[in-house]
Design a binder for this molecule. Sequence first.
Ligand code: GAR
Length: 195
Amino acid sequence: RARVVVLISGTGSLCAALLDATEDPAYPADVVAVGADRPAPGLEHARRRGVPTFVCALGDHPDRSAWDRALAAGIAAFEPDLVVSAGFMKIVGPAVLDAFEGRLINTHPALLPAFPGAHAVRDALAAGATVTGSTVHLVDAGVDTGPVLAQREVPVLPGDDEPRLHERIKAVERELLVETVARMAATEREDESSR
Ligand code: GAR
């Protein structure tokens, strides 16, 4: 099974969905650690299942580049095949990008390239979008700009506010993330057997 490190910042409900999926013996990946940039409540999902956790906070490092290197080392210690940013609200730096290029994926609550950034749901509502959704993509040096791996639409309903719409998007994100990680894990295995 592919080794996955998940990065979170908040409630970690997407991470919990991945942890649940790995309980199926047929699922091709395991979550080997969950990391956060703060003492995120979502780390509890991992702890409860005995999955190791780590916190790498920007404020504990002299500057952003030292933090980036520490985060890369913190992730690398678990020897992941895939790194999943699932509600990780920091932009990762060159050390993380270089170490995990092509193996670092992010889930975003909008149909990229529409509504990148930290307030995708609010921005979609403010723009009067009638359809938004969920995107899983490879991370590159830009903000939410990497190649798209999977997308699914979510309609904006009359009376939607940010929490309500975000909750419906997250329900779709959980499915899309679990499916995409399985697909990436299977590809990883094929690459390995042809090496
Ligand atoms: C998810 O909607 C994720 O796409 C979003 O944070 C939420 C995390 O939910 N990420 C971003 O907006 C990144 N720009 P969770 O903590 O319940 O898993």
